[in-house]
Write a protein that binds this ligand. Structure first.
Ligand SMILES: N[C@@H](CCC(=O)N[C@@H](CS)C(=O)NCC(=O)O)C(=O)O
Length: 222
């Protein structure tokens, strides 16, 4: 039996969380090593694991993988969550790039100075409501199907539900003007692998807290 993928990252969401989500959606078990000390990070660098000196780092299929999007697209292709042809793939890429942009804005909030946080969150909520969520509401309306691309569960659906749940943590009523996205959220949440990942005790990570921020700052020295 092939070894489980091993994920090296902080004990928190950041850029690794979408990788966790995609593996979980595909029903793939994975192991994690959490970086708590600068020395762990330095050792990974010294051992030549971090191509550009950065995490996320994933060991799988005999490879040392870095670069979040490269890892995600490898997983999507490997686990058949990447459309049936190049045209579906490029749509999945566009949708996942969009949701990743939004999620990265959210991921940076805990690192902002306290006095900037509220304004930053308001801006993200506004962008979500005016730029991102309308796109996905329209996609679902135009084709009338259950999934974003090709009438089949894909990486795009996984990343959209991850984003929706993150947005709801910032603003609980964010979906109030998006009825099709509300139904999408319910539908995708009930897919067995997703349902399992949403249960307490899964490898899904909670909202970042001060301890997470302190560890990241300590290890990356900023
Ligand atoms: N393009 C890379 C960016 C990775 C990245 O910025 N990782 C951060 C942690 S989330 C890091 O390792 N920063 C250290 C550095 O850039 O020196 C990706 O998407 O994986």
């Amino acid at each position: 039996m092939a070894a489980k993928p091993k994920l090296y990252y902080f004990r928190g969401r950041g850029r690794m969380e979408s990788i966790r989500w995609l593996l979980a959606a595909a029903g793939v078990e994975f192991e994690e090593e959490f970086l708590e000390k600068r020395e762990q990070y330095e050792k990974l660098e010294k051992d030549g694991c971090l191509l550009f000196g950065q995490v996320p780092f994933v060991e799988m299929d005999g490879m040392k993988l870095t670069q979040t999007r490269a890892i995600l697209s490898y997983l999507a292709a490997k686990y058949n969550l990447y459309g049936k042809d190049l045209k579906e793939r490029v749509r999945i890429d566009m949708y996942t790039d969009g949701t990743l942009d939004l999620m990265m804005m959210i991921a940076l909030v805990p690192f902002k100075p306290p006095e900037e946080k509220e304004e930053n969150i308001a801006l993200i909520v506004k962008k979500a409501k005016t730029r991102y969520l309308p796109v996905f509401e329209k996609v679902l309306k135009d084709h009338g199907e259950d999934f974003l691309v090709g009438n089949k569960f894909s990486w795009a659906d996984v990343q959209l539900i991850e984003t929706i749940l993150m947005m709801e943590e910032l603003n609980a009523s964010i979906l109030s003007d998006f009825p099709l996205l509300k139904a999408f959220k319910t539908r995708i949440s009930n897919i067995p692998t997703i349902k399992k990942f949403l249960q307490p005790g899964s490898q899904r990570k909670p909202c970042p807290d001060k301890q997470y921020v302190d560890v990241v700052r300590h290890i990356l020295q900023f």
